[in-house]
Design a protein around this ligand. Structure first.
Ligand code: SF4
Ligand code: SF4
Length: 320
């Protein structure tokens, strides 16, 4: 899926190097209570892969040794990992900001009744996908019944103090388009989301992040089946903006898979592109005594998904 397309030979993605490493993103496990169409990690309730205790210990050591500011925990549904809560507690006790990439419906699963309060007690930032404020669009992309459960999850988070402008508890939503198009302007869409979610459901949140769909894995396969991959890649390449390169997430982040292997970002992780194009996979335990700052990042065609239009990162658009 990440092979170079013919027209891209004329335009290679620019060389980029890592700057200050301040964020460690970990994929703690692939199990998820959902199975979304666009999922770039192909998660589902059937997946069993999860981070071992030994790797979690290596992650903890890395956080402290490297003075990491932010631990960004993804999955799957990260909250399903048995050590999710102990890891969050450890990071918070050491003054590290924690992000939980929460799918919202997990808050409605049996056994998760106290999850919202746990997240609030530890001041975890919640970043949650909600691809639309319309039921039909969300259920189409994420599965039947997902919209209503997501709304209930958001209400739970509001009820423990998340999402209000004067609150320390950040609740940020993520939008990605339904098909092979760029997302609309982030500010305008955020205003529409705020108005609609408040008026229809009484829900408040802090920010909306707009993300491009990456032409890889499940979404990429669908593009291939529909004969849309070339057109979508053309859109991404033609919308590339150099000013986004400074802020692509791989410049300040590395991504760790459930086995502990390290990549330049989670998209590269899904494509098995080793950190900085090293010949062999590198485990996080090997990096504790080595620096990655200044290293050349492994880039491919999909990187245009980060620099097209307003740009995309784990924190949404990169430019106004
Ligand atoms: S909720 Fe997230 S991790 Fe789970 S299947 Fe959907 S996109 Fe993948
Ligand atoms: S896809 Fe990954 S490596 Fe490529 S620009 Fe985006 S964050 Fe960087």
């Amino acid at each position: 899926m990440h092979g170079t397309l013919p027209f891209l030979n004329q335009r290679k993605f620019p060389i980029i190097k890592r700057g200050n490493l301040h964020t460690l993103q970990i994929n703690i496990g692939l199990k998820c209570n959902q199975q979304c169409f666009h999922c770039h990690v192909n998660s589902s309730p059937k997946r069993k892969e999860k981070m071992s205790d030994a790797t979690i210990e290596a992650v903890k050591t890395f956080l402290i040794t490297k003075n990491i500011d932010t631990l960004d925990i993804t999955g799957g549904a990260p909250e399903l990992h048995p050590e999710f809560r102990s890891l969050v507690k450890y990071a918070r006790e050491n003054g590290i900001h924690v992000i939980d990439r929460c799918n919202l419906t997990i808050l409605e699963e049996p056994g998760m009744e106290d999850l919202a309060q746990f997240l609030a007690d530890h001041e975890v930032e919640v970043i949650a996908s909600l691809p639309c404020y319309e039921l039909e669009n969300v259920d189409k992309q994420r599965g039947k019944g997902v919209f209503e459960k997501s709304i209930d999850g958001l209400k739970q988070l509001n009820s423990v103090g998340y999402g209000y402008s004067n609150s320390k508890l950040s609740l940020n939503l993520v939008f990605n388009p339904q098909g092979p198009v760029l997302p609309p302007a982030q500010d305008e869409l955020e205003s529409a989301y705020k108005k609609e979610l408040l008026n229809r459901h009484g829900i408040e949140f802090n920010k909306l992040f707009t993300l491009c769909n990456m032409p890889i894995n499940r979404f990429g396969s669908t593009l291939v089946s529909n004969n849309q991959l070339d057109d979508y890649m053309s859109i991404l390449v033609q919308s590339h903006r150099d000013e986004n390169i400074e802020n692509v997430m791989c410049r300040n982040l590395i991504s760790v898979d459930w086995q502990g292997y390290v990549y330049d970002c989670d998209f590269n992780q899904m494509l098995n592109i080793n950190l900085s194009d090293n010949e062999k996979q590198i485990h996080i335990s090997e990096l504790i005594d080595n620096d990655v700052e200044g290293d050349v990042i492994a880039v491919r065609d999909h990187c245009y998904g980060c620099t097209a239009g307003q740009g995309s990162s784990c924190g949404g658009a990169l430019t106004a």
